[in-house]
Design a protein around this ligand. Structure first.
Ligand code: F6P
Length: 341
């Protein structure tokens, strides 16, 4: 079989493990050909192919990013790019496509599947917000990086008697903020799932600093926002493509705390540090398992499905049921973060 492979959307650690697994299982177990497309859906539109052989995947397991490249580009019917996708797949005689991506890439994959292409998707995003799977590739590494950063910030916070605000990634869900916050011992965690009340935060900080502490750690997800109508009016800041502007909410929260408490306050925006570097063993193993499962599924003739981790098992879930849906942090996890303030 000729199987196409692409990585789309933001990169993350663990993508190369998945690519490697697809190539090894495809070539070794079944004798398929694996045709990589450079830069996600953009490469499919442009016919930018990279046939993958064993030499391409040598030593890539511990390397972050994606050897295929990626882009924030999704094919659409309106501008002819969907038609171009179908034309390239036909020209390259691609019989099935493996798409590794987050919400945008998977949504596009589902539409390409509707057009008759055999598709198996693999979920990746450091935000961990793809529905239907316990874990997505990249999240475990990112949450470790964020927790380690909080640990480091702790010591300087304490030395200088400061409030430290740390903004982490997470546009639509607060998985990194909540779990890195718990693991790093943050006093306050702000996530998109639970709009915050700045009055309560100020009261809490004043009480804590008067009663028993001289520093505090506040972790903010980039998609966090205030309760509408509360004392801190804040609407999520959007850039020209409708994306959430990194650093905006962190800046606003830090300024508000500094002004209303008088405590010396500093902001750290972790940004793309969370997306770079070598994957953890969990992400290497998850990427490898998803890669093998995707090739097995395609070979069995499955289509319009996504590999997913459910407990200890890798299973397949229908792509239309999960594409474009956000997996929010559950209430009990949010409560745990609050309880540990
Ligand atoms: O989609 C994952 C993500 O890491 C988000 O958390 C973040 O908002 C976004 O990517 C940043 O994207 P870009 O690299 O395009 O600025």
């Amino acid at each position: 079989m000729r199987i196409g492979l692409l990585t789309g959307g933001g990169d993350c650690p663990g993508l190369n493990a998945a690519i490697r697994a697809v190539v090894k299982q495809g070539l070794g177990e079944y004798g398929h050909s694996i045709i990589g497309f450079r830069n996600g859906w953009k490469g499919v539109v442009d016919g930018d192919v990279m046939p993958l052989e064993r030499q391409h995947i040598r030593n890539v397991l511990p390397v972050g990013g994606t050897l295929l490249g990626t882009a924030r580009f999704h094919p659409r019917e309106e501008d002819g790019s969907m038609e171009a996708v179908l034309a390239t797949l036909e020209a390259e005689r691609i019989e099935a496509l493996i798409c590794i991506g987050g919400d945008g890439t998977l949504h596009a994959a589902s539409r390409v599947a509707d057009a008759g292409v055999k598709i198996v998707a693999i979920p990746k995003t450091i935000d961990n917000d793809v529905a239907g799977t316990d874990l997505s590739i990249g999240y475990h590494t990112a949450v470790n990086i964020a927790a380690e950063a909080i640990d480091r910030i702790h010591t300087t916070a304490e030395s200088h008697n400061r409030v430290m605000v740390i903004e982490v990634m997470g546009r639509h869900a607060g998985w990194i903020a909540v779990n890195a916050g718990i693991a790093g011992g943050a006093e306050i965690v702000l996530a998109p799932e639970e709009p915050f009340d700045m009055d309560k935060i100020i009261k809490f900080l004043k009480h804590r600093h008067k009663a028993h502490a001289n520093f505090s750690i506040v972790v903010v997800a980039e998609g966090a926002h205030a309760v509408p109508g509360s004392s801190m009016e804040y609407e999520v800041q959007l850039g020209k493509y409708g994306e959430i502007v990194a650093g905006a909410i962190g800046e606003r929260v830090a300024t508000e705390i500094q002004t209303r408490t008088g405590f010396d306050t500093r902001l750290t925006v972790l940004g793309h540090v969370q997306r770079g570097g070598s994957p953890t063993t969990t992400d290497r193993i998850l990427g490898s398992r998803f890669g093998v499962a995707a090739v097995d599924a395609i070979t069995r003739g499955e289509s319009n499905v996504m590999t997913a981790l459910r407990g200890e098992e890798v299973v397949l879930v229908p792509l239309p049921e999960v594409a474009g849906k956000v997996k929010a942090v559950p209430a009990d996890l949010l409560r745990t973060a609050r309880a540990l303030a």
